[in-house]
Design a protein around this ligand. Structure first.
Ligand SMILES: [Zn+2]
Ligand SMILES: [Zn+2]
Length: 367
């Protein structure tokens, strides 16, 4: 069996490059069902296919990893940290992650997590994109965003119950939190324990639900959120805002919000980390004789010395006119690429002066 992944990850999932997160997820689910070992036990490559599929999903479902893959391919991922090409966990772990507890009981994985009897559920992490300007990158910024999320219900504090009411035993599972199902295939009969759908494995159900959230323990909440963007951020940086992800229920912790930074382009500048690049026009005579010119930076104009004899395309360095490193510090430099400008029109006086300049040059060459 081969271990390396060598196919296009989008091909593996059978989706286009522009597929949304939802399309990727549903493509993964339907294909994973096809290569489930119970269905595809006749296929000797089944396990590899499943690993390949899981790997493709792991990368494409993570916006940061997906961006790395889009920009740099598999090599980029290998260079990046934290992605393991060969060390997949056991198949049953993967099934647990994607199909829920109980699905892979037949494989017997000893370390399986059970849902807590209390029904405690942590909230998932969330992600949102915030666009900043280069001026924000220079000084850092406070950005106000509208955040809509399923937050822990404030009426019942996530319990889902009306204040003072009690839980009662789930009638579907008789309080065990599990239902057992018998399944037959070519190899025999299997008994599978599945999480009770009625009580979500808690063994108890709410009899008198909270009117604020209908018993879910969470409800949609939109709020203004201040996000502190530190100086020096780059596109793709992720800032964590604690406990502003999906709310937890029945005592579970809330997820975190990850603010993904996008830096808006500025037509004047190119950026490479802390260094900025820009072009500046220099008059032919200034380039020849030397001069001081005004050059625009992010925080206003500064004076740049043009040495005598500067050539078109020369790169002059302006110290400290670039951007600070991540989380602040000394600013980087700006590289100014010189565009020497030759005048299109000359006055009679200028023409005369340039003619005598030409003559002087010829005489000097004769000597
Ligand atoms: Zn139940
Ligand atoms: Zn509630």
């Amino acid at each position: 069996m081969q271990n390396e992944i060598d196919r296009d990850l989008y091909d593996i999932l059978g989706v286009g490059q522009g597929a949304s997160a939802g399309e990727i997820k549903s493509a993964y689910r339907s294909r994973a069902h096809e290569c489930h070992p119970d269905v595809a036990h006749h296929d000797p490559d089944g396990e590899h296919k499943f690993k390949e599929l899981s790997f493709a999903y792991e990368i494409l479902s993570d916006p940061e990893k997906r961006r790395t893959y889009d920009n740099f391919g598999l090599d980029g991922l290998k260079r990046g940290a934290g992605i393991d090409f060969n060390g997949f966990g056991s198949i049953s772990d993967l099934f647990d992650v994607f199909f829920g507890e109980g699905f892979s009981s037949g494989f017997g994985s000893p370390g399986r997590r059970r849902p807590q009897r209390s029904g405690r559920q942590s909230g998932r992490d969330m992600e949102m994109v915030v666009v900043v300007t280069l001026a924000d990158v220079l000084d850092g910024a406070e950005k106000e965003v509208d955040l809509t999320r399923m937050a822990t219900c404030s009426d019942c504090d996530g319990s889902g119950m009306k204040t003072g009411s009690q839980m009662s035993r789930c009638s579907s599972c008789q309080g065990t939190g599990e239902v057992r199902r018998t399944q037959r295939n070519l190899f025999g009969t299997f008994i599978r324990a599945q999480v009770c759908a009625n009580c979500m494995g808690a063994g108890e159900v709410i009899t008198d639900p909270c009117s604020g959230c209908g018993g879910a323990g969470r409800r949609s909440l939109t709020e203004k959120l201040q996000v502190s963007v530190p100086p020096g951020v780059e596109r793709g940086d992720r800032l964590r805002v604690r406990e502003k992800g999906e709310g937890g229920v029945r005592g579970g912790a809330s997820g975190d919000l990850y603010v993904v930074i996008d830096v808006a382009g500025d037509p004047r500048f190119q950026r490479d980390g802390t260094r900025l690049y820009r072009r500046a026009t220099v008059e032919m005579v200034d380039a020849a004789l030397g001069a001081e010119i005004e050059v625009g930076s992010i925080d206003g104009e500064f004076s740049l010395k043009i040495p005598a004899g500067t050539q078109h395309g020369d790169v002059l360095k302006a110290r400290g006119k670039g951007l600070p490193p991540r989380y602040g510090g000394k600013r980087g430099d700006m590289s100014v690429v010189v565009d020497v400008k030759v005048p299109r029109k000359l006055t009679a006086e200028q023409k005369k002066l340039l003619e005598s300049y030409r003559q002087a040059g010829k005489e000097r060459a004769r000597k």
